[in-house]
Design a protein around this ligand. Sequence first.
Ligand SMILES: [Zn+2]
Length: 143
Amino acid sequence: MLTCSKTYRDIPFAHRQHRHNGHCSLIHGHNWAITLTFACQKTDANGFVVDFGDLKYLKTWIAQNLDHACLFNESDPESEALLAQFGHLFKAYILPNTSCEGLAQHLHGVFNPMVRAQTEDRVWVTQVEIEEDSKNSATYLPD
Ligand SMILES: [Zn+2]
């Protein structure tokens, strides 16, 4: 197996952890980084796992869904009322869990099928690393 990785850095978006006892329950932002590791058994004609020039669809998805967004846990009891009243102030993105770990797992579920479709199943996403700042990160590796 061969791998390569691509990092999308300095993506500003907000989140909150509504169950957290401390300040993580408040809506706050980070400049996130998303590192995708791609894997294949057989490279393309250029010897690449993926051609980094052919990944614009991933950058576009990030720009459309995460850039300047506010992420909410789908179980967040405040988000529905908040968005009903102030939805015009938010680019909301709702997922099972907005932690680094939850986002890594969620984005694997988003990006892996996209990459497989784009490469006719030659390439898959084998790892997603999420950094919320320069100190904290989490990685999802599917079983
Ligand atoms: Zn945070």
